[in-house]
Every structure is written in structure tokens, then in C-alpha cells.
Design a protein around this ligand. Structure first.
Ligand SMILES: [Fe+2]
Length: 313
């Protein structure tokens, strides 16, 4: 299916897809009669002013283990993950190529080999994730560039978007010719993401990428927002088991599925018609289940309306 492209920067999307942490309780559950309809911006991912820059090396290795940095790489560990959607954020794009490169902890690029360079692919659900280290800073003239990761993003059959990702709180952003841009084609505002430190000591950031591409519909029809929502998945990160608490507001078929980073279905915790009620499901994976990123998908009538990232340590 081909969707028309356009250049509008602002779209509206259904908040139930990504913003599970904001109050998504339909008002009916809170004792009010009017149902809620939250919307949030769907910001098309912009190019970076500096383009590809001087340090790209062709034909980086394809990474299948989601590890960009070796375990011995000096620096603070960092996990970046998110989803890739089409321009109005209604379709998840599978098999998009995510080509990543960045400087090491000392601010140096490997220009002879492929250290901290690699290609990842979004899974069948449109998710990507990789673990690396926080990039060091390097001088650009007399000014340090803020810590950044370079990206080339190529959805199947579409043009490549070349851009960079920055991190909130970096004091060199305001002085940087690219990262400081707040309007126009090179607006970096939505490419400056917050990093939080997980309980396992790794920094983690979420970056959702919005590009021209064809994906599969993930079910943003308004009707589904009122039918249910995941409240929490705790603890997260988890070691042995994670409890997923969710609510169903109208009698409907609900699915709670666990996917791995490759989009393989790992567990189905619910898949049946449920009465309006609060529910809890526990995923206690087999001990042989490898640590890493997993996704909880909340489905209503087989359409995915929400997802949560969970980390098994
Ligand atoms: Fe760079």
C-alpha cells in the first residue's frame, strides 16, 4: 500500500500508541461520563544541518545482536530504542535500515575500521534498539560539538534520511550550529532526547522516528482508545518476572503479547474477550530467555493499540 507523502511538520496521532505514561484513563473509569480523546504531536523527523558529516564509512557491518559497542568498550553504556512510523504515525515500518555511527568515549571516530559503526533493522513491529556507549565530544573548530549519534534511516523502497541525535542537558547544544536550530527543515528540537539511568546502571533513551515509508496499520481508530489500556509493567527492568496491569473498559477481545526485538512472538498472556474490569498478567519467562529488550503489545480486536518496552536483565 502506498501512502501519499507530504511535508507538513505537525500531525496528530492517537496518544494511546506511545504515551502510556501520561494519564490515559478514560474518564468513564474515573467516574465521569465523557470519554477522553487525547492527541499528541506526530513530529516528522528532520535532517541534521551538518548532513552526513566527514566521518561516515561505507558498508558498515550488519548487527544482529543489538550491540553496537563491545562489552569492553570504554564509556557509559547507553541503550537507544524506539519505533519507526510513517509520516502520520499511523503505520509501523518493519525492515527499515538504521545505520548508526558515533565517536568513542574520547571523542574519536574509528576511521580505519568499524568500531561503533553498524546497521540495524526495525523488527516486524517497527521497533529498533541498540546498545552502545555515550559518545564523547570532539572539537569542531574552537567549539566542542555536543555528544551525538549519526543516523541514516532507510525505510524499504524509500529515500534515506540523514540526521543526528542529541541528548538533553548537554551544555554544548546551544552553541552548536546544528543542534541549536529550533525551526525549519533542520529543526533539531525533537532530536534532543532525554536519557534516564536504569537500575542496572545503563543510560536509556527513546527516539521514535517518523519518515516517509509504508508500514502496517497499528490501529489508531478512536474507537479503540476507549476499550482498554495498560497501566503499568513492573518492575522494569526485571529479572525473573514482570507484572502487567491493564484495564478493559468495554467488553472486547483483548490480547497481551510479548515480542522480542526481532518481532518474534515470545508469549501470549491474554487473547480472549474480556469483561470491563482491571486485570493483571504476569510474564515469568523461562530461565533460558536471554536478557534484553522486549515489547508488551496491547491489542484490541487484533489491532495493536499500545506497546510498552520492558528490559530483562
Ligand atoms: Fe559526528
Amino acid at each position: 500500500m502506498t501512502k501519499p507523502s507530504n511535508n507538513r511538520r505537525q500531525f496528530l496521532k492517537n496518544a494511546s500508541i506511545a504515551a502510556f505514561t501520561v494519564g490515559l484513563f478514560p474518564k468513564s473509569v474515573l467516574g465521569e461520563t465523557q470519554s477522553t480523546q487525547q492527541t499528541m504531536a506526530c513530529d516528522v523527523t528532520t535532517k541534521d544541518y551538518y548532513g552526513v558529516g566527514p566521518f561516515y564509512t561505507e558498508n558498515p557491518p550488519v548487527k544482529t545482536d543489538n550491540q553496537l559497542a563491545k562489552s569492553t568498550e570504554p564509556g557509559e553504556r547507553l541503550i537507544i530504542s524506539g519505533r519507526v512510523t510513517n509520516l502520520d504515525c499511523t503505520e509501523m515500518i518493519a525492515n527499515a535500515l538504521i545505520d548508526v555511527w558515533h565517536a568513542n568515549d574520547a571523542g574519536e571516530y574509528d576511521n580505519t575500521g568499524y568500531n561503533l559503526r553498524g546497521k540495524f533493522t526495525t523488527n516486524s513491529q517497527g521497533f529498533y534498539s541498540f546498545e552502545t556507549i555515550r559518545p564523547g565530544k570532539y572539537l569542531n573548530g574552537s567549539q566542542y560539538r555536543p555528544s551525538h549519534i549519526h543516523f541514516k534511516i532507510t525505510p524499504p523502497g524509500k529515500d534515506t534520511l540523514v540526521t543526528q541525535l542529541y541528548f538533553k542537558g548537554d551544555t554544548d547544544i546551544d552553541k552548536d550550529a546544528a543542534a541549536s536550530i529550533k525551526t525549519g527543515n533542520f529543526d533539531a528540537t525533537h532530536r534532543i532526547v532525554e536519557l534516564t539511568k536504569n537500575t542496572d546502571g545503563k543510560w536509556e533513551g527513546t527516539w521514535d522516528i517518523v519518515v516517509d515509508g509504508d508500514g502496517k496499520n497499528i490501529g489508531v481508530q478512536d474507537v479503540h482508545l476507549d476499550k482498554g489500556v495498560i497501566y503499568t509493567a513492573q518492575p522494569n527492568p526485571f529479572e525473573d518476572e514482570v507484572e502487567i496491569r491493564y484495564g478493559v473498559f468495554n467488553k472486547t477481545k483483548v490480547g497481551i503479547m510479548i515480542y522480542d526485538i526481532r518481532g518474534q512472538l515470545i508469549a501470549s498472556l491474554a487473547d480472549k474477550e474480556l469483561e470491563p474490569e482491571k486485570y493483571s498478567a504476569v510474564w515469568k519467562p523461562d530461565p533460558s530467555t536471554p536478557p534484553g529488550q522486549y515489547f508488551v503489545a496491547f491489542k484490541v480486536n487484533d489491532l495493536q493499540v499500545q506497546y510498552l518496552k520492558i528490559l530483562k536483565i
